[in-house]
Design a protein around this ligand. Structure first.
Ligand SMILES: [Zn+2]
Ligand SMILES: [Zn+2]
Length: 433
């Protein structure tokens, strides 16, 4: 059994050498102390290009006294506090120690840099292939495959990128592994808690990629889950995978607290935010939608009428009030331009416009179908309230075969009819040539 990582303690006026050393080790590991660029120690980790911001910052920083809470260490604590959105005091107070003890990504932070951060590293291709080296025993392998696909689809929804699962032997760009401790890339994992995962950036074009670039490693000493809410002490695989794939695509850590690319894990976060979208589109651009097909919310159909208290069709939406403590599926068939001008179209993403009466009516899952094939499953996204434009990507963007359907899984809790309502206003699909 892996040993629990020793916690960082709040430092008082006369901190002990051992406690200071733990803080210094944390700061060094995550890029706030010591030579920059050595934070992620794989032998073939891509070096920063001479003209990149990383290289400028690599000019030697003064070394701290080992175990001494000196000015160099205090400065590094200030940088960490600024990055993490804490009061910048230079003291390892309760909040700072707690933030350092929070589970997080193993990649270093780029301290002091605002908002999303890229390093010019990107793939030259938009058709990225991924494969599993192995699975964790914590989650059935079918669920792992779905979780990984959902994580990729968050990035696919806003870029020209396509993510296709292939056999390991075919030389994919992105290899997914569950490993523990020292696993041969110079950045050993640390047992349960603390570091959860890490991933390898692509190269700076035109430099050719190396084999390890794009790969994502998950610490199998964690207990992974796909359940939302996760059980005590378990970690949401979709959230961590989506974050790591941000690195696989060339994004560094963001200091925007709500961003998916913020380094700290605070529970399920199965969405990309404006900061993440700005970052990824700065690397890959958006995509031009060639065809968009939308339907009005009055066309929704209900899977189980028995679980519905009322359905009212207004001029501009359908209001469905679910019976208390039920789950149901509402289906929307989207007219699909399968072939246009002799070209077969491909799926890009789905969109929904809806509002619920609060957290008693929650859009739990959104599935996208092409005929009988489910081409995307967004599980446990748990959206409620006003959702003017919710986007759901399709990781591999397959060609259209039969015709699109969007299935909306809704959980209805207790509460008044007004709280249990969902107003479905519009739904649609974007297609690519
Ligand atoms: Zn990270
Ligand atoms: Zn690794």
């Amino acid at each position: 059994m892996a040993k629990k990582t020793t916690k960082i303690a709040e430092l008082g006026d006369q901190p002990g050498k051992a406690d200071v050393s733990k803080v210094q080790a944390y700061l060094e590991r995550f890029g706030y102390l010591g030579a920059r660029g050595e934070g992620f120690g794989a032998a073939d980790f891509p070096e920063a290009a001479p003209d990149s911001p990383g290289a400028v910052l690599a000019t030697a920083r003064p070394a701290p006294g080992a175990g001494a809470y000196d000015d160099v260490t205090r400065d590094a604590v200030r940088q960490f506090q600024a990055f993490a959105g804490l009061p910048v005091t230079g003291a390892v107070d309760t909040a700072t120690a707690a933030k350092m003890n929070q589970p997080r990504c193993g990649m270093p932070d780029a301290a002091g840099v605002a908002e999303f951060v890229t390093s010019g590293r990107r793939w030259a291709t938009t058709n990225l292939r991924y494969a599993f080296q192995n699975f964790t025993a914590d989650v059935p392998s079918n669920d792992i495959v779905l979780a990984i696909e959902q994580a990729f689809s968050l990035w696919a929804a806003h870029t020209p990128l396509r993510f296709t699962r292939v056999p390991l032997a075919s030389g994919p760009e992105i290899i997914i592994q569950f490993v523990t401790g020292d696993h041969g890339d110079g950045s050993p994992f640390d047992g349960p808690g603390a570091v959860l995962a890490h991933a390898f950036f692509p190269s700076v074009p035109p430099a050719a990629p190396t084999a390890i670039m794009g790969d994502a490693h998950f610490d199998d000493a964690e207990t992974w889950t796909v359940a939302v809410p996760p059980g005590a002490g378990t970690i949401d695989l979709v959230t961590v995978a989506a974050h790591e794939f941000g690195h696989s695509l060339g994004l560094s850590h963001s200091n925007v607290a709500g961003a998916l690319m913020a380094p700290f894990y605070g529970g399920p976060h199965r969405a990309v935010e404006a900061d993440d979208i700005a970052g990824i589109t700065s690397l890959y651009g958006g995509f031009s939608i060639n065809h968009a097909m939308w339907v009005h919310g009055t066309s929704v159909t209900i899977e189980r009428d028995a679980d519905v208290e009322s359905v009212t069709r207004f001029g501009f939406f359908t209001r469905i009030v679910g019976k208390p403590n039920t789950t149901n599926w509402y289906h929307v068939a989207v007219p699909t331009p399968v072939i246009v001008g002799g070209n077969r179209l491909a799926f890009a993403r789905a969109m929904l416009r809806f509002a619920t009466g609060g957290t008693s009516a929650v859009v739990r899952d959104v599935h996208i179908y092409d005929g009988s094939s489910r081409i995307a499953a967004h599980q446990s996204v748990n959206l409620s309230g006003s959702q003017p434009f919710a986007v759901f990507g399709v990781a591999h963007k397959p060609d259209v075969a039969w015709g699109a359907g969007i299935s909306i899984g809704v959980t209805t809790g207790p509460g008044t009819a007004a709280q249990r309502r969902i107003d479905l206003i519009s739904a649609g699909i974007d297609f690519l040539d």
